[in-house]
Design a protein around this ligand. Structure first.
Ligand code: HEM
Length: 417
């Protein structure tokens, strides 16, 4: 590039700075108008040497991957127990816990090259040299762990039960449920994948893999993070739980939850988005669907991204500025008896579907102190959300997420006392 418009300026966040040059190019093409991309905010400069402790600390009794600022990538996997021996479950949770502590510290889970190449490696090796990349692995226990197989029914968390059938469910049995869940999130995709791969390897003979999702591009925001965009092009995570007081009130379980105190519940949904149909919709309708401006993220009742939506303001959409059947109108806590959930979702793609169309969507992951809060919101969304025309819930799971273990202990140890 010699005309003063660098390659970086054309390809990346420097479009605004490139200003006149880009304008001239667009003008020359006659039809091309560029939307200026904002400079990356400070939290986007990723330090791959960062790590999160796995074991409970004085300041944190909860597992990572919940309140942890969402990392860039996620690999989620569920398992069904193949063994019905309680000790096999216990040993698996203990081995997983020890391994996760190593992985989160950026270490291997054993030798990659044992006995000078003569044996099978304990660790598959693809994360060597990549750093911890802020990896967290969150372990969940499905309702099946507390059925008749393992003698653990008396420890069943009070609110753990399969999610009931909900309006507009289109669930695929092969993407539903699971006795155990692992959510690995990291700022490097290979670090997240390596963690799940090696933990799945450790489970062989005890548990079988059930379903998995590879997520890229966080579609939620934690405290002090910029709001990212989902594959529908909208900012996602603007009104998420971010304050410590809301984590206490809506996410973590209190002392009356017994061995689950400091734990939470995880609800996951694999939600397919009919991207090609969505892309053909006019932007004004897309904005009506969500109740927000596409680029700025501001509610259609006015203001900027973080202005509280006014669901009563008069307007053109069924008499309101924000259509009463817009996604945010139906999901907002103001319209759901004050209930809030922590969303920690990721975009996913599975390539092309059987019709040769883009196969992609949202891996919706949420944490809350009672899964009924998800059910309540999704019952309303499933019945009337304008978004339903473009999405399909194809996968689902609910898991109890125990508190983080003390050093030397393991996830769920209290179950086996
Ligand atoms: C593909 C599916 C979905 C997409 C693309 C999507 C996207 C969005 C977007 C763009 C927003 C507005 C920005 C924000 O405040 O975060 C939003 C808000 C929200 N969504 Fe979703 N969402 C999806 C599914 C769900 C599901 C399944 C639930 C729960 C059952 C849910 C619950 C919420 C809640 C609670 C809010 C905040 C509403 C407010 O307080 O204003 N979403 N979503």
């Amino acid at each position: 590039m010699t005309d003063g418009v660098s390659r970086r300026a054309l390809l990346g966040g420097g479009l605004a700075a490139a200003g006149a040059g880009v304008g001239a190019l667009a003008g020359a093409g006659g039809t091309l108008a560029a939307q200026a991309a904002a400079a990356p905010p400070p939290d986007e400069s990723i330090d791959l040497s960062q790590s999160h402790p796995f074991y409970a600390t004085a300041a944190r009794q909860t597992q990572g991957g919940i309140e942890t600022p969402p990392q860039r990538y996620c690999v989620f996997m569920t398992f069904d127990m193949a063994s019905t021996l309680t000790t096999d479950l216990q040993v698996l949770l203990a081995r997983w816990s020890a391994a996760i502590a190593q992985l989160q510290a950026g270490k291997t889970i054993g030798t990659v090259e044992p006995s000078h190449g003569a044996g099978v490696g304990a660790d598959t090796g693809e994360a060597l040299d990549l750093g911890p990349a802020s990896l967290t692995v969150t372990v969940g226990l499905g309702p099946g762990i507390f059925d008749e197989r393992f003698g653990l029914a008396k420890h069943k968390p009070a609110h753990l039960a399969a999610i009931p059938a909900l309006p507009s469910d289109n669930l695929d049995a092969s993407l539903t449920g699971g006795d155990l869940s692992l959510q690995a999130c990291a700022d490097d995709p290979q670090v997240a994948y390596h963690a799940i791969r090696d933990l799945a390897r450790m489970a062989r003979g005890t548990a079988t893999v059930k379903w998995t999702v590879l997520g890229f591009g966080r579609a939620s925001a934690g405290a002090n993070q910029s709001t990212p965009r989902n594959l529908m092009g909208f900012k996602d995570g603007t009104r998420n739980i971010k304050e410590p007081a809301d984590f206490s009130k809506f996410v973590y379980l209190k002392d009356d939850a017994g061995w689950m105190a400091g734990g939470t519940y995880q609800v996951v949904r694999k939600i397919e988005i009919n991207i090609e149909i969505w892309d053909a919709d006019v932007i004004s309708d897309q904005q009506r669907v969500f109740g927000r401006d596409k680029v700025a993220g501001a509610p259609l009742s006015g203001g900027t991204e973080f202005t509280t939506p006014n669901f009563h303001k008069a307007g053109d959409f069924n008499g309101r500025a924000i259509d009463p059947t817009a996604h945010i109108a139906l999901a907002a806590h103001e319209n759901n008896d004050g209930v809030k959930i922590l969303r920690r979702s990721y975009n996913y793609t599975d390539g092309l579907n059987q019709y040769g169309q883009l196969d992609a969507g949202l891996f919706f992951a949420a944490y809350m102190n009672d899964p009924e809060h998800f059910t309540r919101i999704q019952t309303r969304l499933g019945a009337s959300d304008r978004l339903n025309e473009y999405i399909s819930h194809i996968g689902s799971g609910v898991f109890a997420v125990p508190p983080a273990p003390r050093s030397g202990s393991y996830v769920g140890e209290a179950l086996f006392g």
